[in-house]
Design a protein around this ligand. Structure first.
Ligand SMILES: [Fe+2]
Length: 351
């Protein structure tokens, strides 16, 4: 954000941007079919550079663009979904979220033959600055270090039953987190993304890389969670935090200033009853190249020591399904599991 404010987004950034795709695009081969999704709100340099980098690798690439949707997790046009269905990999470079909280994408996500689910590389709300100056600028060594850090955290979460989240703005939330298959979180978050699987197909990934998340068991989250940085809505760096009061896995109250009014309006207008359930995710950011105070969710949610907390749809357990998932960020979090292991202490990861 700072870089763009100072220098704008000149087309000369393309010189750096083409190279910025080197890690996520490393395993792409000639003939791989890519469907790049974008909208009219996106900085064209972002998808232009992705298309150029795909062409350089001999991939077959199609771009689908539509007028920007009204809210995150709104469904893209059916025509785009049909095009995506015919591709090997979908890349989301939209300005609205297309994560698993997006109803129209769920059938696409479930699609896949012997190689498993169709990969959707989530990179929504991407900026040229994130790619070249922020979380996307990691070196290969830093990238692999993130994977190792996430493997260690996933391993601890896999053997834990209970989580407690606190923060300096007054968060104090507890939840049950067991019930995953053995080693599910270590394998999911510790693996190297964007790699080919044993059948030769490309696997999933998000960019910038850098989060470990666990879903609370529905009905078990209790306490207070304070989003203090930003959320899907309203966009930008917040001035007043928003307090969620959670009882038995459901958001009962949303308090704060103008941002809280906006969050309430957003959920009432675009969500459904299940959008208030927890639900979504308790996720720790692990990428040290994501700078603080950007107010950009794409970057803040991956920032080392920050947490994003999502209400609504939860993909892992497949129990809570909602029209949208709303994610918000806690700047510096403390996470303790089973009252004994401190995973993160006020923004410093200890494992
Ligand atoms: Fe997440």
């Amino acid at each position: 954000m700072t870089f763009t404010e100072r220098y704008g987004s000149p087309h000369t950034r393309m010189i750096d941007l083409v190279q910025a795709w080197d890690i996520p695009f490393e395993q792409i081969k000639a003939g791989d079919k890519f469907c790049v999704l974008t909208d009219t709100g996106m900085d064209p340099l972002v998808w232009e550079s992705a298309m150029a980098a795909l062409k350089l690798r001999g991939a077959e690439a199609l771009l689908c663009m539509w007028p920007r949707l009204k809210y995150h997790n709104d469904s893209p046009p059916e025509m785009a979904i049909e095009a995506a269905r015919a591709s090997d990999v979908v890349i989301a470079l939209t300005t609205t979220a297309l994560n698993s909280g997006t109803p129209a994408l769920r059938s696409l996500r479930a699609q896949g033959g012997g190689t498993g689910k169709k990969p959707i590389w989530l990179m929504e709300e991407m900026t040229a600055e994130i790619l070249t100056q922020g979380g996307g600028s990691v070196s290969k060594d830093e990238f692999l270090e993130i994977c190792q850090r996430q493997s260690r955290i996933g391993e601890i979460l896999d053997r834990s039953k209970h989580i407690r989240v606190t923060s300096s703005f007054g968060s104090d939330l507890t939840a049950q987190i067991d019930g995953y298959p053995a080693n599910a979180l270590r394998d999911r978050w510790g693996r190297v993304p964007f790699q080919r699987n044993s059948s030769g197909g490309l696997g999933g990934g998000t960019w910038p890389w850098g989060e470990v998340h666990v879903e609370p068991v529905p009905g078990t989250a209790n306490g207070t969670l304070v989003w203090d940085t930003t959320a899907h809505h309203p966009a930008g760096l917040w001035r007043e935090p928003v307090t969620l009061t959670i009882k038995d896995g459901r958001v009962m109250d949303i308090d704060g200033g103008v941002e809280a009014n906006e969050v309430r309006w957003y959920l009432e207008t675009y969500g459904d009853e299940n959008s208030y359930l927890c639900g979504g995710e308790i996720a720790l950011g692990t990428n040290q190249r994501c700078p603080p105070y950007t107010g950009q969710l794409r970057s803040e949610k991956k920032r080392y020591g920050a947490m994003h907390f999502g209400i609504g749809h939860g993909a892992d357990r497949g129990i809570v399904k909602s029209k949208l998932r709303c994610e918000g960020v806690i700047s510096r979090v403390t996470i303790v599991v089973d009252d004994s292991t401190v995973i993160c202490d006020n923004g410093r990861i200890l494992v």
